[in-house]
Design a protein around this ligand. Structure first.
Ligand SMILES: Cc1cc2nc3c(=O)[nH]c(=O)nc-3n(C[C@H](O)[C@H](O)[C@H](O)COP(=O)(O)O)c2cc1C
Length: 274
């Protein structure tokens, strides 16, 4: 099957697909021509689906995607700039959770939205380890505490820099500052040899974080946790991550105990105009 199929009845030869293709693997020889694949299409197409998604008349199909395979953008669901600003600036890192599990259907939905994040070369390299059982989260937090105790013992200066002594002093008093009592932790992991694992996974976790806010959940980056996953093999193994992967981020998640009333200020942009 051809890489690209054009419905000539629908195509108005506006060349939008040619202009939008990030890999420049769609061409038109002239204004009278119809879009077609370049000879290197198979090697360089990113499978981003932009050509199908952008075509105003639904004229272009790929051998793996047609217009009907894409959800339509519903204009009535657009947000105003004011709504977007409050939503984005009003998001908070949540650290106090109800003792209530998040149903798997909702966790799945969060991950689907997270997977809509941009990724370098549209690689979508992320994999997800979801800790569903709150008791298991406590166990794994205990492993992070074991790792922190080892670092405090072996390299107290590095431990101090990372704040481990304070976390462990709290731990000893029964305050869990590693996963903060969250019922769930979600770890994003990817092939350790992929050069954009940090960026791609961070972006996906950011969407997850934001979307979770919109459906009444609370999330917070679990920095100690995912650093521990990569640094402490028993924790890495307990999560069952593939040996050629690294954790690139983790988020604790649950239903927030409290709701925020105000937006705390942040530093103004440090910018130089060139
Ligand atoms: C990479 C990263 C790691 C973080 N790790 C933790 C963590 O381990 N525990 C925690 O309570 N908060 C953690 N946070 C949350 C930050 O403390 C929080 O984003 C910051 O205080 C600003 O608050 P806000 O997110 O509500 O604006 C982390 C944030 C980032 C971006």
């Amino acid at each position: 099957m051809a890489f690209i199929t054009i419905d000539q009845e629908k195509c108005n030869q506006d060349s939008i697909c040619v202009a939008e293709c990030p890999a420049q693997v769609i061409q038109m020889a002239s204004k009278q021509d119809y879009p077609h694949a370049t000879p290197d299409f198979g090697d360089f197409c990113l499978r981003c689906g932009h050509c199908v998604a952008v075509c105003p008349t639904g004229a272009i199909s790929l051998n793996w995607l047609d217009p009907e395979g894409c959800r339509a953008i519903r204009k009535e669901l657009g947000v105003t700039p004011e709504q977007a600003e409050q939503f984005l600036c009003g998001r908070r890192s949540i650290r106090a959770f109800k003792e209530k599990k998040v149903p798997r259907t909702i966790l799945k939905k969060l991950l689907e939205v997270a997977c809509a994040a941009p990724s370098a070369k549209n690689q979508q390299p992320w994999h997800w380890a979801v800790v569903e059982d709150p008791a298991r989260v406590r166990q794994l937090a205990g492993m992070v505490a074991d790792w922190m105790s080892m670092v405090i013992e072996s390299n107290p200066e590095a431990a101090e820099e990372s704040g481990f002594q304070r976390v462990m002093a709290a731990w000893d008093k029964g305050h869990e500052r590693i996963c903060r009592g969250a019922p769930h932790v979600i770890v994003a992991h990817a092939d350790k040899n992929w050069g954009f694992g940090t960026e791609d996974c961070t972006l996906a976790l950011s969407l997850l974080d934001l979307y979770s806010t919109s459906i009444g959940l609370g999330a917070c980056w679990a920095g100690y946790f995912y650093k521990g996953v990569n640094a402490y093999p028993p924790l890495f193994e307990a999560l069952g991550l593939p040996s050629d992967h690294l954790a690139f981020g983790a988020i604790m998640l649950g239903y927030p105990k409290f709701s925020y009333q105000r937006i705390p200020p942040r530093n103004p942009p440090r910018v130089t105009w060139k």
